[in-house]
Write a protein that binds this ligand. Structure first.
Ligand code: MF3
Ligand code: CO
Ligand code: CO
Length: 275
């Protein structure tokens, strides 16, 4: 049975109840999410051939530090970096390292900055130099999948409506939806109830209510949906080594639909625009 609870009354752990935040929570999330989005904007010019993902990760750490924020991923379940950097066939949770990015790569950079205890979680795809037309199309399909999922958010509908919108569109574009990872509630916690599946049917999942806050973060593959996790315990890759992409926004359910907290202040949300 799903149950809902006023966020300020809930215990500070994920016990499966869905927290409903008030105006204070929304205000806290706006701040954290805008800082994360600003960080993703600031990164754009640095994602060029030759730069290492460690250098990107260092930038994220210092950006947070300079703005009074900490990266949520640091020391999270044994993870030690400030970001995830997932290149080409890496689906998610790629670990920054000292290898330079190469012309034609596509890389997802996923950042969660914590401001005053609030978690702003967002990721975008960055082309490295000149990318192939197939890669460009995957970025467009993945971003549009996320936006169609977001458009399905409104009180009274079930969370399955988000998954249905994403899956229907992505599969019509001859792409596949990764099943092994999902969006999540967040706020004062990084990963909280409910899980937001990126596939499924509109009559599934808990009903959305005003005050709910969660991420929508579809991972879309050019090939089959299946993934495996490498021996490092984090890096998830496509089993068929096909290209994979992901975008992530944090949203809050309002009386009429939702507010996207992590919109780019510089207008850099969409793939293929200046950056
Ligand atoms: N930011 C990721 C998400 O979207 C979570 C990364 S957890 C880590 O939920 F430990 F891998 F960093
Ligand atoms: Co997330
Ligand atoms: Co994230």
């Amino acid at each position: 049975m799903v149950s809902y609870i006023a966020a300020e009354l809930a215990p500070q752990k994920n016990n499966g109840q869905i927290r409903l935040y008030g105006e204070d929570g929304f205000e806290g999330m706006r701040k954290a999410c805008q800082l994360t989005a600003q960080c993703l904007d600031a990164l754009a010019p640095m994602v060029v051939p030759g730069v290492t993902t460690d250098a990107i990760d260092k930038f994220v750490f210092e950006f947070g530090r300079d703005h009074g924020a900490l990266p949520a991923t640091m020391n999270y379940r044994g993870y030690t970096k400030s970001s995830c950097t997932s290149i080409n066939h890496v689906v998610c949770h790629g670990i920054p390292n000292d290898k330079p990015l190469r012309d034609g790569d596509i890389v997802n950079i996923d950042v969660t900055l914590v401001v005053d205890g609030w978690h702003g979680d967002s990721s975008r795809m960055y082309p490295v130099g000149q990318i192939k037309r197939a890669a460009e199309r995957l970025l467009e399909v993945t971003h549009e999948s996320m936006m169609r999922g977001i458009a399905a958010v409104k009180p009274g509908a079930r969370t399955g409506a988000i998954g249905e919108a994403i899956q229907t569109y992505a599969e019509a574009e001859r792409c596949s939806v990764v099943r092994d990872f999902c969006g999540h509630g967040l706020g004062r916690l990084f990963h909280d109830a409910p899980n937001i599946l990126h596939y499924g049917r509109a009559n599934e999942g808990p009903e959305m209510r005003p005050g709910m806050i969660f991420t929508i973060e579809p991972m879309i593959n050019l090939g089959k949906p299946h993934v495996k996790v490498l021996a490092d315990g984090w890096t998830a890759v496509t089993r068929d080594r096909s290209l994979s992409a992901q975008y992530e926004h944090t949203v809050g359910v309002t009386e009429t639909g939702c507010e996207i907290f992590t919109l780019s202040p510089g207008g850099l949300d969409r793939p293929g625009l200046p950056g």
